[in-house]
Design a protein around this ligand. Structure first.
Ligand code: FAQ
Length: 329
């Protein structure tokens, strides 16, 4: 179901001698921290890698609206509903910035979107899990947006200008999203009754491991990292960012009074980090292959929305045509 959207053609990182003159100059600009802009020379594989990553990121934001959308009508108060609506709208906006950033690389939004609807494009594994209780909404803010921030703050300094600049605003908004999730969980854990605290723990047990999977396969299995890091598209490895997430989140979980669902989690004073248990990678790859709990439902929801929005696209195109004709007359 999830064929690779873009074949970048990179099988291994080229040595300095294997690079052409233009590629060497390009790599020097990257090494010197100079941003690459749309009209600058770039190796084709760099362009394709960016299209792959940015479009997957955009799709994630758009599909990511669905699990939270499930709770808009059931938010427990007007205040929580307004916050949730604002957050979901932000995610839609992030998707649009990101499609725009991808378009600077010579691809069309329509084609990228068609790839998503046809099941050819990837989006983050995390959005293939269900939101069963209100506590899940808190988990998405705290853990999913929390992971997204850790991954995306470095992207504000990545080598491609339009992507880096888009990330600045995205990260500011993700920070609000993370806090609203934690605030929601604090209310349930500190002011709630035993049933509400149990609801939070149960949701935490379901979201902890999938949140760690968001950072991608282990460094040893990450096919794109070496080249993406050489190009400064990625500044940190998947495992380094995952470790940061664990280190940051454990004290926050303790403050909520939650138990981390990992018997192997232990502070390692020598490393200055938490050790944690082995991730179930078979689950991660099953989700990537389209066999997670909600993959089919998510894609169907996007396809239905696309179909139902056809009249809006047609009306806008007709209006633009009419306006152009008036200007030309
Ligand atoms: N899910 O070689 P690597 C959000 C794929 S936004 C699905 O390590 P790479 C906001 C990967 O594509 C969340 N597929 O890949 C929000 C590659 O396959 P390919 C999205 C995954 O690209 C919050 C293969 O595995 N964030 O949450 C995943 O160097 C709340 C090998 O992996 C971004 O997209 C995965 N988790 O590193 C919205 C950030 N991980 O393409 C609503 C930008 C890996 O070769 C509510 N992206 N794969 O066929 C990145 O930083 C990178 O693309 C990584 C993966 C780190 C995700």
């Amino acid at each position: 179901m999830y064929a690779q959207l873009v074949e970048t053609g990179v099988t291994q990182v080229k040595t300095a001698e294997q690079l052409s003159g233009a590629e060497q100059a390009f790599q020097r600009r990257i090494d010197d921290g100079i941003k690459i802009e749309p009209k600058d020379f770039m190796p084709e594989a760099y362009r394709k890698t960016l299209v792959r990553q940015i479009s997957q990121h955009a799709h994630s934001e758009i599909v990511g609206m669905l699990p939270e959308g499930n709770w808009v009508t059931r938010a427990p108060s007007l205040k929580r509903k307004a916050i949730l609506l604002a957050k979901i709208q932000d995610e839609g906006g992030h998707g649009l910035y990101l499609y725009s950033a991808a378009e600077t690389l010579g691809v069309s939004r329509e084609d990228l979107y068609d790839d998503l609807l046809a099941g050819r494009a990837k989006y983050s594994s995390i959005f293939n899990y269900p939101t069963l209780t209100w506590a899940d909404i808190g988990m998405i803010g705290w853990l999913v947006d929390g992971s997204a921030i850790i991954n995306q703050i470095p992207l504000c300094r990545c080598s491609y200008g339009p992507y880096a600049r888009a990330m600045v605003r995205v990260c500011k908004e993700e920070s609000f999203h993370q806090r609203q999730g934690y605030d929601l969980l604090l209310a349930m854990c500190k002011d709630g009754n035993p049933e509400q605290r149990a609801m939070v723990q149960e949701a935490f047990n379901r979201w902890w491991w999938p949140a760690l999977m968001m950072f991608g396969p282990s460094d040893a299995e990450s096919t794109n990292s070496t080249q993406s890091m050489a190009w400064k598209i990625k500044l940190f490895s998947n495992d380094d960012l995952r470790q940061k997430m664990v280190d940051q989140t454990v004290p926050q979980a303790e403050h909520l009074g939650l138990t981390i669902p990992d018997p192997d989690l232990k502070w390692n004073a020598a490393r200055g980090h938490y050790d944690f248990g082995e991730i179930d990678w078979s689950e991660f790859y099953a989700v990537l292959k389209g066999n997670g709990p909600c993959n089919r439902e998510r894609l169907q929801a996007r396809r239905d929305a696309h179909k139902q929005g056809a009249w809006v696209r047609e009306a806008m195109a007709a209006y633009a045509e009419k306006k152009d004709a008036r200007v030309a007359a």
